[in-house]
Design a protein around this ligand. Structure first.
Ligand SMILES: Cc1ncc(COP(=O)(O)O)c(C=O)c1O
Length: 600
């Protein structure tokens, strides 16, 4: 990937380029069917472009049904666009040649960038696009990329339309690039009216598989050479909409959904780790994650060290040669602990490893960890994203900013993958390589796919996320203040309280509210905690959070039961602790319910 600042091309410019050109010379075309230049050339041919391969080593041979030329000047016909699959230095003279042969566009592939050559070509009237892939941009503008959960950045109430080459060149629409707000993305991102029926709500594609056009197209899909649907264990149109929506809300590049939050965590670590590898996690996590990491992952040879997240240096001290990631919850379940994401991200990046943040409790409405340096965000969408306690689900989102090749620690992404005939994920998919590999290998081979029906409920839930979270937070703070003043209550751990030990971190990371899940300690220990849970009437006693309904739990006797007493206390789930997930009822009714449960 280029170390230079990212280049910003408007969608209209890219659309204009892809619509305006018909003949594309591919410089550096490979005869190896699994190299990016071959894959891109073939894709462009399928989309209706004439592709002319250029490669001195193959000159005179046939490739993809076309004659290969030694260089651009040997091509005996007009060329509209030159697509460069060579390094940035070599791109200079090739760009100059493109100007000489009268091309209108020079396109440099991902990681290829030569600003001086670009300036010369632009001065000669050419359009130059650098560090981009025409296959990815074509797929993104036409909606295909969203099928892989990639955040296209396109919000529209019109059916998506591929930027097909047109004979009527020069057609342009010039709308300024639009940045949309959170609420608009929550309602629209990833979804567009159905191009065939006009259906406005995302349909539930309750299908296991998808008919191939022919055997060639089927092979191309199985090789990951073109975008499309094969089988709903890998991709499903309803699930894709959810993936793109969550990626957009988190400010990420791409996402892959899973059957549950735990499945999302499994997909993440399977993509990162080899047997014998290690990661460092906060000790303040959801109890199920502590068990997954500490016990079940160990059986796969993945080792986890748990550390106190209050001091970022604790993560640093636990890093070894084998460490592949740091894992934290932004707002920890159950204690309402706020972690210093930016400081922990710095520790991770200094060690050449990614920071993974479970953002389930905060949701992207309250906190977007990628803005503070997180590389991967995971969610249990079961909670506030779906929001109504009706659908299990999980999601993994990648920022697209982590360099998987630099440290040499992630050969699974930066080296050829045996499970795909030696395809190199990072080289081929660039900034959405991680989620593509999580989908194409981990999801394919272990199968915890999200059901389309659950994706539908989750999409619908997300459309009101911003409205719900506001009310969840207001209600929770009212309830927390009431409890803090109650004589039967020892302490309340809600980061929104004025005297919270997390006040400074809350103001930095959670300015819109400190969430709706928190704990309090009842005077009288284990039995007193259980008694409150048994005496409430409006709060539902169950093992979930993030519902419209208010929920209550005694973690020591339920979610954190499998842990030792010491682990329970360390995780904020000691004997006297009661956890609440405050819903959307009238706060006064909730307070009255707790008052009678605590009294007498
Ligand atoms: C913070 C957090 N992460 C992950 C999970 C696991 O998610 P799921 O239950 O969807 O597998 C939970 C579930 O309670 C959670 O609260």
């Amino acid at each position: 990937m280029s170390d230079l600042p990212p280049l910003d091309y408007s969608d209209d410019l890219l659309r204009q380029v892809l619509r305006g050109v018909r003949t594309i010379a591919v410089v550096g075309a490979s005869a190896n069917w699994n190299r990016p230049s071959y894959i891109v050339s073939r894709y462009l041919q399928e989309k209706g472009y004439r592709v002319i391969p250029v490669n001195p080593g193959l000159a005179g041979q046939q490739l993809l049904g076309e004659t290969v030329y030694a260089d651009l000047s040997a091509i005996p016909e007009p060329v509209d666009m030159v697509d460069i699959f060579r390094n940035s230095e070599a791109a200079g003279p090739i760009t100059d040649q493109a100007v000489q042969i009268g091309a209108k566009v020079v396109w440099m592939q991902l990681s290829v960038r030569n600003d001086e050559a670009a300036a010369r070509a632009q001065a000669a009237g050419l359009i130059v696009v650098m560090d981009r892939c025409p296959k990815i941009e074509f797929g993104r503008l036409g909606g295909e990329l969203g099928w892989y959960g990639v955040n296209s950045g396109i919000i529209t109430a019109k059916p998506k339309e591929a930027p097909k080459p047109k004979r009527d060149k020069g057609e342009t629409e010039h709308r300024p690039r639009q940045e949309y707000g959170f609420a608009t993305k929550a309602v629209h991102a990833g979804a567009a009216p159905d191009a065939v029926t006009g259906a406005r709500t995302t349909p539930i594609y309750q299908t296991a598989s998808y008919v191939f056009e022919d055997t060639d197209q089927a092979a191309s899909l199985f090789n990951l050479h073109s975008f499309g649907y094969i089988y709903s264990r890998l991709t499903n149109p309803t699930v894709s909409v959810l993936e793109e929506r969550v990626a957009a809300l988190e400010g990420g590049r791409a996402a892959v959904a899973a059957a549950s939050g735990h499945a999302a965590q499994f997909l993440t670590f399977f993509t990162l780790m080899e047997p014998g590898d290690h990661f460092v996690a906060s000790r303040n996590l959801y109890g199920g994650s502590l068990t997954q990491f500490g016990l079940s992952f160990k059986k796969l040879g993945w080792h986890c060290s748990f550390v106190d997240p209050h001091d970022p240096q604790n993560f640093k001290a636990a890093i070894t040669e084998k460490t592949k990631a740091i894992f934290i919850e932004s707002l920890a379940n159950p204690g309402g602990i706020v972690v210093d994401i930016e400081a922990v991200a710095q520790v991770a990046h200094d060690a050449g490893i990614p920071l993974i943040v479970d953002n389930t409790l905060a949701t992207p409405y309250l906190c977007r960890p990628m803005e503070w340096g997180a590389d991967i965000v995971v969610h249990s969408t079961t909670k506030f994203l779906a929001g109504h306690g009706n659908s299990l689900g999980g999601c993994v989102i990648e920022s697209g900013k982590f360099d998987w090749a630099k440290s040499g620690k992630f050969p699974g992404l930066s080296q050829p993958e045996p499970a795909y005939h030696g395809l190199t994920f990072y080289e081929t998919f660039g900034d959405f390589a991680f989620t593509t590999k999580a989908r194409a290998v981990a999801l394919r081979d272990f199968g915890p796919a999200m059901a389309p029906m659950n994706a539908f409920f989750t999409i619908t839930g997300i459309e009101t996320l911003h409205v719900r979270m506001q009310r969840h937070c207001e209600n929770a703070l009212k309830v927390a203040r009431f409890l803090a003043d109650h004589p039967a209550v020892d302490w309340v751990s809600h980061a929104g309280l004025e005297n919270s030990r997390y006040a400074a971190l809350r103001d930095k990371y959670l300015p819109k509210g400190a969430g709706a899940v928190f704990t309090f300690g009842v005077k009288g220990g284990f039995e007193a905690g259980k008694r409150v849970v048994e005496r409430v009437n409006l709060f539902s006693h169950l093992a979930n959070i993030g519902d419209t309904r208010s929920l209550i739990l005694h973690p020591a006797s339920t979610t954190h039961r499998q842990l030792t007493e010491e682990q329970r206390v360390a995780a904020g789930a000691g004997p006297e602790v009661v956890r609440l997930s405050v819903g959307l009822e009238d706060a006064e009714d909730l307070i009255r319910d707790l008052e009678q449960a605590l009294g007498g």
